[in-house]
Design a protein around this ligand. Structure first.
Ligand SMILES: *[C@@H]1O[C@H](CO)[C@@H](O)[C@H](O)[C@H]1NC(C)=O
Length: 394
């Protein structure tokens, strides 16, 4: 009783003007339903009495509302009269006109039958049956990709009655980005999003449609992906005063700077100094797009080839840029590593060692030949995309 009063207060005089059914809700069911219980003659209740609907003006949009109200998926076909078998009760309505978006048939416009239609014209529906919610998954365990890569989604859509089209949707985009057909009983479909661009970053879900039918299944779960654009960094150096491009004076301070755009939180730069004696690596966190490597005092050991890499961890992966171009820095007035006296001592020592080596080598040549790349050659190859650079050894 209190509920009725509340309805009256909320709806005011509209209630009085509403059709003769009074305050009872209109219920709908499918008479003569078979199989899934989602096909049959449309029956509506008026009070405690069940009646039917005339199929004049009955179309898929009206049927869609009935299927939705009964949680039977969406309308696959309409049916009428004769094929539905014997019905009893009154024919309540005719000319039902739904837009297709209503949640219940009661919200659709209609006329009272008033004896126009007989049971020969009863309206019926064939609904798809409750559609399963598809499940979207990704083959890669990572949620971040770099531009140009492909991401492989799998949409599990366990629907087996009709051929379906499986669609991959990006949120905010009305049309599906990828569509793949599936035969009945094929319950998993692979959806590949290739040649990723930064605009592909976002949330994805899949759903399916029964071929030739306007409705669609519920949407799957959502998967987010990030798309990073990792460019080759730039490299340059600052020294003041500038001696001559490519040079710094011994003892002078200089900075090598790397830069990349776009940059990401947590990014860092690695600087590699390639010298005949080996490669020296330094690392600094990126400050915005820049990474500065300060060298307080140029020494002979500062001389060599510099190149940098940008590195960032994102979505469980580490992204590493290509190596920048190579920057050659020479140090003017660099002291020889060894004083003349030590050198003269070494030269005599070395002559002895060399002579010994020559003898050993010749002896070895008789035994077997080995052909290993020299150390310098190997080190130089690591930085510059396997291109060999001839180093000037001073
Ligand atoms: C190197 O960078 C520091 C700041 O990182 C700056 O104070 C200094 O002046 C720079 N040196 C040169 C030679 O540009």
């Amino acid at each position: 009783m209190s509920r009725v009063l509340l309805v009256i207060i909320m709806l005011g005089c509209d209630v009085v003007l509403r059709d003769v059914q009074g305050f009872d809700e209109v219920h709908v069911r499918l008479g003569g339903a078979q199989g899934s219980g989602c096909a049959g003659r449309v029956e509506v209740s008026r009070g405690l009495e069940w009646g039917t609907v005339c199929s004049r003006g009955w179309d898929l949009r009206d049927a869609a509302v009935v299927c939705r109200e009964l949680d039977c998926g969406f309308a696959f076909a309409t049916r009428s009269g004769a094929r539905l078998g014997g019905a009893s009760g009154e024919v309540w309505w005719r000319n039902v006109q739904c837009s297709g978006d209503e949640f219940t048939i009661d919200l659709c416009e209609r006329a009272l039958n008033d004896g126009v239609c007989s049971h020969n014209e009863d309206a019926g529906v064939e609904c798809t049956g409750k559609l399963p919610v598809p499940t979207l998954s990704m083959q890669s365990p990572f949620s971040a990709y770099s531009t140009g890569e492909a991401v492989l989604f799998t949409c599990a859509a366990p629907y087996w009655r009709h051929p379906i089209d499986v669609h991959l949707y990006k949120s905010g985009v009305d049309t599906p980005l990828v569509t793949q057909r599936a035969e009945p009983r094929q319950t998993r479909v692979e959806l590949t999003l290739s040649e990723l661009e930064t605009s592909h970053q976002g949330s994805y879900s899949c759903l399916f449609r029964i071929q030739g039918n306007p409705g669609n299944s519920p949407s799957s779960n959502i998967i987010n992906i990030s798309v990073l654009e990792i460019h080759t960094p730039q490299i340059w150096y600052n020294a003041s005063p500038v001696v001559q491009p490519g040079w710094v004076s011994r003892g002078q301070s200089f900075n090598v700077t790397c830069s990349t755009q776009p940059h990401y939180p947590g990014g860092s730069f690695q600087l590699r100094l390639i010298r005949p004696s080996g490669t020296v690596r330094h690392s600094v966190p990126a400050r915005g797009p820049l990474g500065t490597f300060p060298f307080a005092s140029a020494q002979a050991s500062s001389e060599g080839y510099y190149c940098c890499l940008y590195k960032v961890q994102f979505g469980g992966r580490t992204f590493i840029s290509r190596e920048s171009q190579v920057l050659a820095i020479s140090v003017r007035g660099a002291e020889p590593l060894l004083s003349p006296m030590v050198i003269s001592l070494l030269v005599s020592g070395l002559t002895f060692v060399l002579a010994t080596c020559a003898i050993l080598l010749m002896a070895r040549l008789y035994c077997r030949k080995t052909n290993k790349p020299r150390e310098l050659e190997r080190e130089t190859r690591t930085c510059v995309d396997n291109t060999y650079i001839a180093l000037t050894i001073k």
